[in-house]
Design a binder for this molecule. Structure first.
Ligand code: GLU
Length: 418
C-alpha cells in the first residue's frame, strides 16, 4: 500500500456512491477536481527578529450550490492533498445538511503550540491578505478548524475589512460574539455530534444514559462532544489528546477533566484521579465500548487497526478519520459507522446561521440557534438513514448519495459555462 493520501480516499467514496446512483462518469467528472487551488508564501517577522516564510493554501472544491465554505487549519502536517480532501468533504457536508454553500478549506503549515500570540496574529493577517482576492461573503467564507479559533477569525475579519475599507463581518464565521459571532457556534460541532449520537442510539432502541463512549481528541470538537455526551448521561470511559489517553471503566469525571485542561498548556498526561489509568492512543481506540467518537485527525482508523476495534458504533466527529480500507473491514464486522459529513456538520450549520445574521445585521438567541441546529441535524440524519436502508448501503454511502445528487443536480441546472 502506498502512502495514505486523503484525496484518494475522497475519490474512492465518490466513485462508490456515483455507481449506486447509476451515474455516468461525465455526470460527476467535475466533482473530482477542485475548482481553484491557491498556494501562498507567508513571510512573517518572528519575535526574535528573524524572518520565516510559512506555506499556506486555500482550495475551493465547489461553488455549484453557493459560496465556498470551510475552515482554516494551522498544523505542522498540513499539505495540499489534505486541504483538497478537506475542501471536498465540505462540499458534501454542506450538501448533505442542505445549506446553500459549496466547499473550501485552507491551511497553513505551522505549529501553533510553539508560536507566540504575536506570531500567530502576523501569520493570520498575512495569510488573509494573500487569499483576500478569492474570499468574501459571496465568494468563499473561512471558519475555524484544527489549530485556529475565534480569536484567529477575529483577526481574519479585521484584516479583510481593513483591506476593503469597511467592516465585512460575513467574510468569516466562528468569530468572537462581540464582533458578529453567533451564539452557540463554539459548541455547535460537539452539539451536532451529541444529537447524531442520540439519533443513532434511538434507531437501535438504545438509551444514552449509562451507555459507554470513548472520545479520541480533546480539541474544540472532542472536548465539547465529551461534555455534552456526559451531560446526557453517557458513561465516557476514555478520552485522549496528543499526550495520550485516560481510561476509567466506571466513567471519567468529564467536567473535572475539562476544568483541568483550561490551564494553559495542560495535557491529559498530567491529569490524575483515583481509578483513572493512563493508556496509549492506540489502546484507546481498541477499548471495549458501545460508542467510539474519533474527534482528532484523518486516517486514525485504518486497515491496520480496524479489526482490533471493540466498539459497536462509530460517530465520526473528525473529518476523514476512517480510510476506505477500514470502512470495508468495519462493515464486515457489523460495526455501524455514522460518517463525518453528517455527524460533524453542526459546526458549519451554525456558521451558516452566523453568516445569515451578519448579512441581515439581525441577531438570534442561543435558544433559536440550538433549536434550528437540531431541526437540521435531525432531518439530515433521517434522510441519510432512510436512503441507506432503501439502497442496502452503509450510512456513509447513503450520505454521499444525497450529497452527490444535490451537487450534480445543481451543476446540471446551472450548466457548464461558457
Ligand atoms: N472546520 C469545520 C468543519 O470542518 C467548520 C467549517 C465551517 O464552519 O465553515 O466542518
Amino acid at each position: 500500500m502506498g502512502k495514505y493520501n486523503p484525496y484518494d480516499n475522497v475519490l474512492a467514496v465518490v466513485e462508490n456512491a456515483a455507481k449506486v446512483l447509476g451515474y455516468k462518469e461525465s455526470d460527476y467528472e467535475a466533482l473530482k477536481y477542485p475548482e481553484r487551488e491557491l498556494k501562498v508564501s507567508i513571510p512573517v517577522q518572528m519575535d526574535d527578529g528573524s524572518v520565516k516564510v510559512f506555506e499556506g493554501f486555500r482550495v475551493q472544491h465547489s461553488t455549484s450550490r453557493g459560496p465556498a465554505k470551510g475552515g482554516v487549519r494551522f498544523h505542522p502536517n498540513v499539505n495540499q492533498d489534505e486541504v483538497k480532501a478537506l475542501a471536498a468533504w465540505m462540499t458534501f457536508k454542506c450538501a448533505v445538511v442542505n445549506i446553500p454553500y459549496g466547499g473550501a478549506k485552507g491551511g497553513v503549515i505551522c505549529d501553533p503550540t510553539v508560536l507566540s500570540e504575536g506570531e500567530m496574529r502576523r501569520i493570520t493577517r498575512r495569510f488573509t491578505a494573500m487569499i483576500a482576492p478569492i474570499i468574501g461573503p459571496d465568494q468563499d467564507v473561512p471558519a475555524p478548524d484544527v489549530g485556529t479559533n475565534p480569536k484567529v477569525m477575529g483577526w481574519m475579519m479585521d484584516t479583510y475589512s481593513m483591506l476593503k475599507g469597511h467592516c465585512v463581518p460575513g467574510v468569516v464565521t466562528g468569530k468572537p460574539i462581540e464582533i458578529g459571532g453567533a451564539l452557540g457556534r463554539s459548541e455547535a460541532t460537539g452539539r451536532g455530534v451529541m444529537i447524531t449520537t442520540k439519533n443513532t442510539l434511538a434507531k437501535l432502541g438504545m438509551e444514552m444514559a449509562g451507555t459507554s463512549v470513548v472520545v479520541q481528541g480533546m480539541g474544540n470538537v472532542g472536548s465539547i462532544s465529551a461534555k455534552l455526551l456526559h451531560a446526557e448521561g453517557m458513561k465516557v470511559i476514555g478520552v485522549s489528546d496528543v499526550s495520550g489517553g485516560l481510561y476509567c471503566k466506571d466513567g471519567l469525571d468529564i467536567p473535572g477533566i475539562l476544568e483541568y485542561l483550561k490551564t494553559p498548556k495542560a495535557l491529559l498526561e498530567g491529569y490524575n484521579a483515583p481509578g483513572v489509568e493512563h493508556i496509549a492512543n492506540e489502546a484507546l481506540l481498541e477499548l471495549e465500548t458501545t460508542v467510539l467518537v474519533p474527534a482528532a485527525l484523518e486516517n486514525q482508523i485504518h486497515g491496520g487497526n480496524a479489526d482490533k476495534l471493540n466498539c459497536k458504533i462509530i460517530i465520526e466527529a473528525a473529518n476523514g478519520p476512517t480510510t476506505v480500507e477500514a470502512d470495508e473491514i468495519l462493515k464486515n464486522r457489523g460495526i455501524l459507522l455514522i460518517p463525518d459529513i453528517l455527524a460533524n456538520a453542526g459546526g458549519v450549520v451554525v456558521s451558516y446561521f452566523e453568516w445569515v445574521q451578519n448579512i441581515q445585521s439581525m441577531y438570534w438567541t442561543e435558544e433559536d440557534v440550538n433549536k434550528r441546529l437540531k431541526e437540521i441535524m435531525d432531518r439530515a440524519f433521517e434522510a441519510v438513514w432512510d436512503i441507506a436502508k432503501e439502497n442496502g448501503v452503509e450510512p456513509r454511502i447513503g450520505a454521499y448519495l444525497i450529497a452527490i445528487k444535490r451537487t450534480v443536480e445543481a451543476k446540471k441546472l446551472r450548466g457548464i459555462w461558457p
